[in-house]
Design a protein around this ligand. Structure first.
Ligand code: FAD
Length: 396
């Protein structure tokens, strides 16, 4: 299993930064916004803004910053366009995804049989080119410091300076793995969602899928018809049988907003939307895999898992579909977190500015952690940046 965060670990685990050169190799910089007068090569000029992350949220923010004439660069940890979609498993097609919203000013990518990890990156790449967004990659930001009112964004030996920041780093690089006693003794295979190699890998293996989210439901849908599967979750799943209407979506987002308004860590989307079965999961449903859901086991043993009442199940593979956490460890030096453990956002959780420091915008975080939410948040963040810049005239 690679790159997985354990419950006790406080910081995210990201990809290493393949050694991009600095001064910038121009081939890694998207066509520049000519009006912005950037001196991105020097590393000493102060930009009006920096966007970290070039997924849906970061591209939307960059589009709106460009329209507002705000000088900025987008620093992205990946070697090529696509954000988290580049890393989704091969078996996931555009028909399987819940839906990828359009980027601002564009049409959405088609819902067809193409692989999502090809179609969305191609869509993002074309968008970056069409709008000449100033994306620099690969740049994996390690930390952001505040030095006398200037934000210093550091990636290894390189650094950028800015007056404001839009954080759009998503969650994919911060997979979450709960800790269970004995897990290091397990002789079988342990995989996280980020490692999912497709259904064929699991043939003839007894697979325990752990987690109560949409990914677990989808994995069971693919695996139950071809191999022996078990499912364990911490809580009883909440199933939706009605259509997921825009009103239901808005109500779910409002619940996450309430948490973010209080500075609590955001919940997963599924915890507020409930789970749905799609046609792709009907065969697994018919086989009864969802009905046979088990509570969480107490410990892991070399050959399987054991429940508190002594029940034992032999297992070959544990597939941890246990989700992700916001990839915000690099913001720690800015002390944005509230005592409740999350970052409180303005406008009662509906905005994108950090209450602790309105120069910092968070997009794709909490209520905007969906492609449609990320899109809207990009616009709000660009306006937030403009407002913050107006309030710091002394350093403009
Ligand atoms: P990302 O797409 O994750 O982009 C973040 C970018 O930031 C990446 O390019 C990454 O390399 C970069 N980055 C991270 N850390 C750093 C750093 N320190 N320095 C520099 N760069 C960094 N949402 C939907 O709306 N529809 C769906 O169908 C859907 N399906 C999903 C399926 C799965 C399995 C998962 C896990 C999530 C799904 N989501 C879906 C939620 C989805 O991830 C978000 O909606 C959206 O893609 C997130 O966009 P983003 O821009 O916030 O983050």
């Amino acid at each position: 299993m690679k790159r997985v965060l354990q419950e006790s670990a406080p910081t995210p685990i990201g990809d290493g930064v393949p050694g991009a050169s600095w001064p910038i190799d121009e081939s890694t910089v998207g066509p520049r916004n000519k009006s912005d007068g950037l001196d991105v090569d020097s590393g000493v000029s102060i930009l009006d803004s920096i966007v970290i992350g070039a997924g849906q949220a970061g591209l939307s923010a960059s589009y709106h910053l460009t329209r507002l004439g705000v000088s900025h660069v987008v620093l992205d940890g990946d070697a090529e366009p696509g954000g988290a979609w580049r890393h989704r498993w091969d078996a996931l097609t555009m028909r399987d995804v819940h839906g990828v919203a359009e980027l601002p000013g564009d049409a959405p990518p088609p819902r067809d049989e193409q692989r999502a990890n090809i179609a969305v990156p191609a869509y993002f790449a074309a968008y970056e080119r069409a709008h000449a967004l100033p994306v620099i990659r690969p740049v994996r930001v390690d930390r952001v410091d505040d030095e006398d009112g200037t934000l210093i964004v550091r990636a290894g030996e390189r650094e950028w300076r800015s007056r404001t920041l839009v954080n759009a780093t998503g969650t994919w690089t911060h997979p979450f793995l709960p800790h269970y006693p004995g897990m290091e003794t397990f002789l079988g295979e342990q995989l996280h969602t980020i490692d999912y190699p497709g259904p064929e890998h699991f043939l003839d293996k007894r697979v325990l899928v752990v987690g109560g989210g949409a990914s677990a439901v989808q994995f069971l849908g693919a695996l139950a018809p071809i191999t022996d599967t078990l499912w364990a979750t911490r809580r009883e799943p909440v199933w939706r049988t009605d259509d997921f209407s825009p009103e239901a979506g808005a109500a779910a987002v409002a619940l996450v907003e309430q948490r973010v308004a209080q500075g609590l860590p955001p919940q997963s989307v599924v915890s507020v939307t409930g789970l749905m079965l799609r046609p792709q999961e009907r065969e697994a449903e018919r086989l009864g895999v969802y009905e046979r859901r088990l509570p969480m086991f107490a410990r892991i043993e070399p050959d399987g898992v054991r429940w508190a009442d002594g029940t034992f199940e032999r297992i070959d593979v544990i597939l941890w579909a246990t989700g992700f956490r916001p990839a915000i460890g690099h913001l720690a030096p800015l002390h944005l977190r509230s005592a409740a453990g999350g970052i409180q956002l303005d406008r009662r959780g509906r905005g994108t500015a950090a209450v602790a420091d309105p120069r910092i915008q968070l997009v794709g975080y909490g209520p905007s952690a969906s492609t449609i939410g990320a899109n809207r948040a990009g616009r709000s963040a660009a306006k937030g940046v403009q407002k913050a810049l107006a309030s710091i005239p002394s350093i403009r």
